[in-house]
Design a protein around this ligand. Structure first.
Ligand code: HEM
Length: 348
């Protein structure tokens, strides 16, 4: 009887042992040879270099998808390796952009010192021609304010840490940087609305005509100081329209929307490429807008009045946009918003 009890107890212990082994086997799936090898290497690594977990981090940085219960695109990739390339590319790219922008400002200053403001050769007549309607001017100034705000805040966000922080200190810079970021994110949406309106509004005026090539070849007489006739917009303005307003403006709006709304499930790589394209388009746009602002203000006498009041003197129209002036005189350009010689008397 005693022997029987011992035999039962032995069987129970054996069964319990087998059950435990079975449960343990079910909980940790068998390693395949590759995983087993990696685990062995890990153990070795911890012995040889206890604080250096390089093999694990190499595997994490490989970008290989792993397993996760979190739903969504790319949630199974902990570190995306292209992100390192993007981080490395941003700094030299921004530096080149900043250098080219600074160079543009210097070139404009040199040109201004050498050439001075472009003035009228004959005296103004006092007879005014309508150049831009109220709606055209409202759209222009709407775009101008938003574009310049975006350019300035973009410059603060990109170069502020390197240029402004040492000058104004942490407290002021943190306010300025935060304000710039918010302004940039929200004012961008205003440009998205206004820019297409501007493009449609000024498109017809900026279609290239045969005579524009002559203007381009002579650079509008800006260096030779000769008179080169032009339409309502000269070839320089047309180039600026297509590069600054259409190409750079549309690229900035599209990429800006992608960056503003990352919640549309775009991948990290999409965001990185978009960011680089946004920076290049911003660089081109800001450089061109600097030239445009120069000519629209101190570079050419009477130009700002055109956008401020909507009217220019007959002499101004003849000396800067002779073909357009002739069209207005002959009544052909009335459809473009210009009216035949208005009887108003203003000074330029
Ligand atoms: C503070 C900034 C700006 C100033 C002072 C300024 C000034 C001017 C002036 C004076 C004109 C009239 C030129 C003429 O009569 O021939 C003009 C025209 C124009 N501007 Fe601006 N502007 C500014 C910003 C911008 C911006 C940011 C854009 C677009 C991105 C822009 C797009 C245009 C366009 C499309 C025209 C009409 C000329 C054409 O048909 O090509 N401007 N601007």
């Amino acid at each position: 009887m005693r022997n029987d009890l011992i035999a039962v107890a032995r069987s129970l212990v054996l069964l319990a042992g087998l059950a435990w082994v079975g449960i343990a086997a079910a909980q940790s799936p068998a390693l395949n040879p590759q995983q087993a090898e990696q685990a062995k290497q890990q153990v070795m690594q911890q012995r040889v270099q206890p604080l250096n977990n390089q093999p694990v981090w190499s595997a994490v940085r490989s970008g290989e998808p792993q397993i996760t219960g979190v739903r969504g695109r790319e949630t199974n990739v902990l570190i995306q390796p292209e992100g390192q390339t993007w981080r490395a590319a941003r700094v030299p790219l921004a530096a080149v952009g900043g250098f080219l922008f600074a160079l543009t400002l210097v070139a404009i200053a040199v040109f201004y010192v050498w050439r001075g403001p472009i003035s009228l050769k004959s005296p103004p007549t006092g007879r005014m021609i309508e150049r831009f309607t109220l709606v055209e001017r409202a759209v222009h100034w709407g775009v101008a304010i938003t574009f310049v705000t975006l350019a300035l805040t973009g410059l603060v966000v990109t170069f502020g840490k390197a240029v402004l922080l040492p000058l104004i200190g942490y407290t002021l810079f943190s306010w300025l940087a935060t304000l710039s970021k918010w302004l940039h994110n929200f004012v961008g949406l205003v440009l998205v609305v206004l820019l297409p309106i501007m493009i449609v509004m000024f498109l017809r005026t900026n279609l290239f005509r045969a005579y524009d090539w002559t203007w381009l070849k002579k650079a509008g007489g800006m260096f030779s100081r000769t008179h080169v006739p032009a339409g309502k917009a000269n070839a320089g303005q047309k180039l600026l329209f297509w590069l600054m307003v259409v190409a750079s403006g549309i690229t900035l709006c599209v990429t800006g929307l992608i960056l503003d709304f990352p919640n549309f499930d775009q991948t990290r790589q999409t965001m990185q490429i978009t960011n680089i394209v946004h920076m290049v388009a911003a660089m081109v746009g800001t450089i061109l807008v600097a030239g445009h602002i120069y000519l629209g203000t101190i570079g050419m006498r009477g130009a700002l009045d055109a956008m401020r009041t909507g009217y220019v003197d007959e002499t101004w129209a003849k000396e800067h946009h002779e073909y357009w002036y002739n069209e207005v005189k002959s009544g052909k350009s009335a459809g473009e918003g210009a009216v035949p010689l208005a009887a108003q008397h203003r000074t330029v």
